[in-house]
Write a protein of this length. Structure first.
Length: 171
């Protein structure tokens, strides 16, 4: 798939913002991290995806898995994507999309070190309804829109909150 085809299939900023509003938690425990991470591993294995998966809360790594085909570079990407979520308070893909919508890139306009931050898809905030962002769930190993979609699919399944169709009903 070409970059242009991927961009055409990419979610809009409005869709990305809706995902963040919809995919919130009322609580997030150690057991929740294990269950969500295990679900993500299951989804990735079913699809034979070469990814690394990471869940952080409050500066502590609660879950990490590296599946066949992933590489040490995926761990570095995870850290850089998660730092974007922590700094901007939004999904890494949404942050990058907002820069692209302004006709620029995160790398060219953020004034942040590209070795420290990566506004590429795959890191999504863990947001508590009454407290805000407390962590991030991150995937690395696929093209950025696919990393983002894997995280969203897992969160939708875990939270029981499927995407809304354009007509307002759930899929």
């Amino acid at each position: 798939m070409t970059t242009q085809q991927q961009q055409q299939l990419a979610p809009s900023i409005e869709e990305l913002e809706e995902q963040e509003q919809r995919l919130t938690f009322d609580r997030f425990t150690y057991d929740d991290a294990w269950a969500l991470g295990s679900l993500m591993v299951e989804l990735a294995r079913e699809r034979r995806l070469p990814v690394a998966i990471d869940i952080h809360r409050g500066g502590q790594q609660l879950f990490h898995a590296a599946l066949p085909g992933s590489a040490p570079d995926n761990d570095a990407w995870i850290v850089r994507k998660r730092r974007v979520v922590e700094r901007y308070g939004a999904a890494s893909y949404l942050v990058g999309s907002r820069f692209r919508a302004k006709g620029t890139t995160f790398e060219n306009s953020s004034r942040l070190d590209a070795d420290t931050y990566a506004a590429h898809g795959g890191s999504f905030p863990i947001r508590l309804e009454q407290a805000g962002i407390i962590g991030a769930v991150t995937v690395s190993g696929l093209p950025q829109v696919e990393d983002h979609r894997l995280v969203v699919a897992a969160l939708e399944k875990f939270l029981g909150r499927p995407a809304r169709s354009p007509g307002g009903s759930t899929d």
